[in-house]
Design a binder for this molecule. Structure first.
Ligand code: SF4
Length: 461
């Protein structure tokens, strides 16, 4: 259950009624409200007993720990999810997609995988989509070979998981790239006692592997007691059913019961051997929905990675906020001074439909995308966001007037009734009512352009 400010207030001095203002807030309740939103330190109230302090710290700590792997622009941050079901609010931090690299693979094969990790980047709406990290598996038995693979991957500052059963080699690899904050895997019941002194020497995130939930709980509890806090967990499921069972229990235990030993992001090695890339992507797609925070793929394939990334984006997009593109003028083709301006709203789907329509018409043009908080044409019009008085300033400030010899604006057919308003706001512009559906643009625009050309004696374009 989410923590309410009144729960905290009751724990403050005199049941939250002292209101002495020493914390800088007018009342204890105001302080409690700020505390719950993370906007103030607990230390600001000088009247708290240590026991109460401890209770409050525990209560305001997010139930799922935030964990970061890597540094800089490519850093992956997962955790601090707030809901079990996406429809309750939103999922917050998309899972990292990782590619598995073994040190028994040839240098050529490893470089090819890294190239795919670096270069497969897709643009979708306004987002750049790509896989996130490399998992480096120690299988060769040669410490020297493993360290050389780790060093090679580290050169491009790629976030990485060091996957090594041999502690000496694992810590040597960690020391080599500790400044890049790798994730160490696996910490287990069997190796924990031996690993603890080494772990404390250079603290980086770790991932716990257990054969079941109980084993994971035992290890995370000991790690937490030893002061290691950035932890991920793996319950070693043997098939998809087990994975869904474990991951759902983990999410519910963390969020519904605030069970701290399971309050960590999940790292998932695919729970069964996929027959091909498509099946592997399907398994990963299920785990994107059901709570994995890092998903390890055997390789990256352009044709399956792209849909998987779009799926991840969809699941981790706030369902309460329409997907929107930036308000601006987009160029389609190579428009010139006689090219038309097609106007639409910034609802992503509308933008894509209209942009595709203009592109398919083969008539280069400007696409004026008016910001409407992601609403489609009719919804934006009915709420006053797509009207003459908002469109006029948008076009005037866009710089289009300086570029165009012929100022011609094609508005959506669904917004035909605002033609007059726009003409009043944009003197000197010819406002044309376009089709109601974007799919009609490929036929509509060439006809219109031919008409203009004829009227102007062939000088148009
Ligand atoms: S300092 Fe403490 S007791 Fe005083 S108002 Fe703030 S929260 Fe309440």
């Amino acid at each position: 259950m989410p923590l309410k400010p009144s729960d905290i207030q009751k724990k403050l001095p005199d049941g939250g009624k002292r209101n002495c203002k020493e914390c800088g807030f007018p009342t204890c309740l105001a302080f409690a409200m700020k505390l719950v939103s993370g906007g103030v330190s607990l230390e600001k109230c000088p009247h708290l007993d240590p026991e109460v302090k401890e209770w409050i710290i525990d209560a305001i700590t997010p139930p799922i720990k935030l964990v970061s792997v890597g540094t800089g622009e490519r850093m992956l941050t997962v955790g601090e999810e707030e809901v079990v079901h996406r429809h309750e609010k939103t999922f917050l931090r998309p899972p990292g997609l990782a590619v598995l690299i073994s040190d028994i693979e040839t240098d050529q094969a490893i470089n090819a995988k890294l190239k795919r990790l670096d270069e497969y980047e897709f643009t979708w709406v306004t987002f750049k989509l790509r896989a996130d990290l490399a998992v480096l598996k120690f299988e060769s038995g040669s410490k020297e070979r493993y360290l050389s693979v780790v060093a090679g991957v580290a050169r491009e500052k790629r976030p990485m998981v060091l996957m090594c059963e041999e502690l000496g080699t694992l810590f040597a690899a960690r020391d080599l790239v500790a400044d890049q904050k790798p994730l160490l895997y696996p910490l287990t019941n069997a190796n924990l006692e031996e690993a603890l002194p080494g772990l404390k020497k250079k603290v980086v995130p770790v991932a716990v592997r257990g054969q079941n939930l109980e084993e994971v709980v035992a290890v995370t509890t000991k790690l937490r007691a030893a002061g290691v806090s950035e932890i991920m967990i793996d319950t070693s499921p043997q098939n998809l059913k087990e994975a869904l069972r474990d991951y759902t229990l983990i999410r519910r235990a963390a969020l519904t019961h605030t069970f701290r030993p399971l309050g960590y992001p999940i790292i998932s090695f695919l729970p069964l051997k996929a027959e091909d890339a498509a099946q592997e992507a399907l398994l990963a797609a299920v785990l994107v929905i059901k709570y994995a925070s890092v998903i390890v793929l055997s390789d990256l394939h352009e044709e399956t990675l792209f849909p998987l990334l779009v799926h991840r984006l969809s699941i981790y997009t706030d369902p309460r906020v329409p997907l929107a593109v930036e308000e601006k003028v987009y160029e389609i083709g190579a428009p010139n001074e006689v090219s038309p301006v097609v106007l639409t709203t910034n609802f992503a789907l509308t933008y894509f439909a209209v942009a595709s329509g203009v592109e398919a018409s083969k008539i280069p043009g400007y696409l004026g995308v008016k910001g409407t908080d992601g609403l489609c044409v009719l919804a934006a019009w009915s709420t006053g966001k797509f009207a003459g008085e908002t469109i006029g300033p948008f076009i005037k400030n866009s710089g289009l007037e300086g570029k165009l010899k012929k100022k011609r604006l094609i508005i959506p057919g669904l917004a035909a009734r605002i033609k007059g308003e726009i003409e009043d706001e944009l003197p000197g512009w010819e406002v044309i009512v376009g089709p109601k559906e974007a799919e009609e643009l490929p036929a509509f625009m060439p006809k219109l352009f031919a008409k203009w050309k004829e009227a102007e004696g062939g000088t148009c374009g």
